[in-house]
Design a binder for this molecule. Sequence first.
Ligand code: NAP
Length: 513
Amino acid sequence: MSDSARHPFLQGLSKHRGTPPTIVVIFGASGDLTARKLLPALYNLAHDNLLPADFHLVGFSRSPLPDAEFRALATKAVRDFSRRAPHTAVLERLAGRLSYVAGGYDEPAAFTRLAAHIAELEQRLGGETQVLCYISTPPSVFGAILHQLGACGLAARRLDSPLHTKVVIEKPFGRDLASARALNAAIREVCAEKQVYRIDHYLGKETVQDLLVQRFANAIFEPLWNRNFIDHIQITVAENLGVGTRGGYYEQSGALRDMIQNHTMQLLALTAMEPPVSLDAEAVRDEKVKVLRAVQALALGPEGDTARAQYAAGMVGGKMVPGYREEPGIAADSATETYTALRLSINNWRWQGVPFYLRSGKRLARRVSEIAIQFKRPPGTLFAAAGERFALAPNTLSFLIQPDEGLSLVLNGKVPGLETRTQPVKMSFRYAATYGSDTPEAYERLVLDALTGDGTLFIRGDEAEASWELCTPVLDSWRELGRQGMDTYAAGSWGPAAADTLLARHGHQWRQP
Ligand SMILES: NC(=O)c1ccc[n+]([C@@H]2O[C@H](COP(=O)([O-])OP(=O)(O)OC[C@H]3O[C@@H](n4cnc5c(N)ncnc54)[C@H](OP(=O)(O)O)[C@@H]3O)[C@@H](O)[C@H]2O)c1
């Protein structure tokens, strides 16, 4: 037998017994995310033999694509974007399980055709299958698709069985509290919460999941994880790129909507939540919602808990780059922030008095995402010369989420020599060095979890609303202020003076990771 014929996916076996027979439907199948992330993720699951033996993928979008063209598009997408070189026979077999339905997202006849196609596929596969609908269109049509899924009967398939229809919804989930509530209401009209998987791809990242393991699988952290030992926490999601060709989209969004409301708030919830009673989806998400609800409303205004800014021209990688308002598609008087910093207080027993500083921006000095736990300073008296005050460096535990996933701990150590001099030293662990760099991409984990009905790494409806409840008053106040109070920062720097002042008022300063 040749190597390729021995591959289990080719023999119709699945080692992942938890994945039931499935028909996946991708809405927005002609789009960018489908090509760059979803099709490569499905290929890699097939490669790892994690797709069910009875599997089929239907692409749905408005572009007229014959099946053969969709297969060619999918094959090219996998070749261009898969994290590993595709195995020709596995790719061919996957491509053989693809078909395409063209239609409008609000066109009842197209959904009737889709439902009939699914019924026919199920018959061909020879047994009961679940349907997983992945909505990967712009958010303007999320509501229409949900409505049509309800009207054509697909949403209500096998509701009382584990083979019930599952619906994955891409971000952004709303643009403020009212629209998130409206989207949740549109979902509730056609689906139960257990059917819905709201994506935040940050939750699929290894280090984000590792945060739960580090916190709850080690005895040394949990006793220190509170206001008695922690001084403050900084969560950074920094990009070094500008808006590029996405100016039109970004003008309607900004850093608070694009990064803080979703990714950064998720990191905050995982860092600050109480230990769940189990790793069951509801138990974990109950704790995340609880902690988000314990966050105090932010103080708005000049001496408040927020800072915002736009990048000005500056040097990035040795090259001069334009400022935000000089980028294509951006209004000269734009009031959209490319940088946001927030100071959050959590009103509960564990965190009372510990500030959580969140920041995210474009065109910053480096692309880096991290959570830094800064512990209280130890007393320096032992190491001070007589009559001197001496501040030892605080211990800092950092979870590095991207680009070099890992963990580091800063400790004070003795500098070798005849005198006793202390110096901060770093203990580091890097994923790539320990486990190799072949870790699955976030979308692989998330698609597999949705296929197997595990919602732990997805956002529940009440969680999305809790996060919007915190962010919406900030957005409202900024909208009223327009450009008033908008700071600037040079591209390639670590952000605006307003953000430094925000921390300085509380005796802290930003890290430069
Ligand atoms: N791309 C990413 O890296 C990324 C990352 C995270 C999240 N997302 C989210 O994932 C979703 C899909 O992203 P994407 O980049 O793939 O989007 P996209 O390429 O702009 O759109 C996906 C497909 O939707 C259809 N479409 C585009 N504009 C439309 C409109 N105004 N009305 C109705 N249909 C429209 C198009 O297909 P037809 O014209 O053939 O119907 C298009 O191929 C979005 O919600 C996005 O926010 C994307």
